[in-house]
Design a protein around this ligand. Structure first.
Ligand code: ADP
Length: 226
């Protein structure tokens, strides 16, 4: 469980998150959606202990930051590091022994090559694999589906469902609605730094319709296509 109470975050005088209250339970997957700039990444950074904030973020496992597998939208890699070294570095940081990495190379990555030679999609797969192998109780994944091809997306969805079965708490953001529909128990809408609505599975259709309406509006009619 992760519990957020009265979370406020400012950058200078600019308020980015205001009065966030939420509880994330074990064995559930939560999707966080919102327009660019809504505050999703900042919220994830606060949860992971990477930002100072007002309010409280508590968890049943402490310290929270030692139990979180965090995936950044654009993961950082040292220039002279191989895929295998990156995985070992992250697993060592969380005291996780992983044995033979090649046996767990589910994304068929060239683990002995420098990460600097990887494509964007390969980097995303590597960062995901490292997070999976860290085997934390909480997963906070910022746009995990970004940059994955169809096979990668399917594998990721199945792994998330497996982690749910293993009673982990999972938070993720995605702008691809189908990926949220396939995985999430709840979808929470973040708007201008605060949660405005939460949708459970039986209301996902309504959410999708609302998103379509607000995104498309009369833009198609504007084109004047006959
Ligand atoms: P999202 O992930 O939903 O796109 P972000 O959390 O990245 O939103 O950003 C929320 C707001 O906070 C944006 O207006 C962004 O410009 C601002 N912001 C994010 N990081 C910083 C920072 N380090 N300094 C100042 N402003 C920031």
């Amino acid at each position: 469980m992760i519990k957020i109470s009265g979370l406020n975050k400012k950058y200078g005088s600019k308020s980015v998150l205001s009065d966030i209250n939420a509880e994330f339970s074990q064995g559930r997957i939560y999707g966080i959606i919102g327009e660019n700039g809504a505050g999703k990444t900042t919220l994830f950074r606060c949860i992971a202990g990477l930002e100072k904030y007002e309010g409280e973020i508590t968890s049943d496992l402490v310290p929270l930051k030692n139990h979180i597998g965090l995936l950044f939208t654009d993961p950082f890699f040292f220039s002279k590091i191989t895929g295998e070294e990156y995985i070992r570095l992250l697993c060592n940081a969380h005291d996780k022994a992983i044995g033979d990495v090649s046996e767990k190379n589910i994304f068929d990555l060239p683990l002995s090559s420098y990460v600097s030679t990887y494509s964007t999609g390969m980097k995303k797969r590597l960062a995901l694999l490292a997070v999976f192998l860290q085997d934390n109780s909480y997963l906070v994944l910022d746009e995990p589906f970004n940059g994955l091809d169809i096979n990668g997306s399917i594998i990721l969805s199945e792994i998330l469902l497996k982690f749910k079965e293993l009673n982990k708490t999972i938070l993720l953001s995605s702008h691809i609605f189908s990926t949220l529909r396939d995985t999430c128990d709840e979808i929470m809408v973040l708007k201008d730094g605060t949660f405005t609505e939460t949708f459970s599975r039986e209301n996902f259709d309504r959410l999708e319709t609302e998103i379509k309406h607000s995104a498309v509006g009369n833009k198609i009619a504007q084109l004047g296509l006959e």
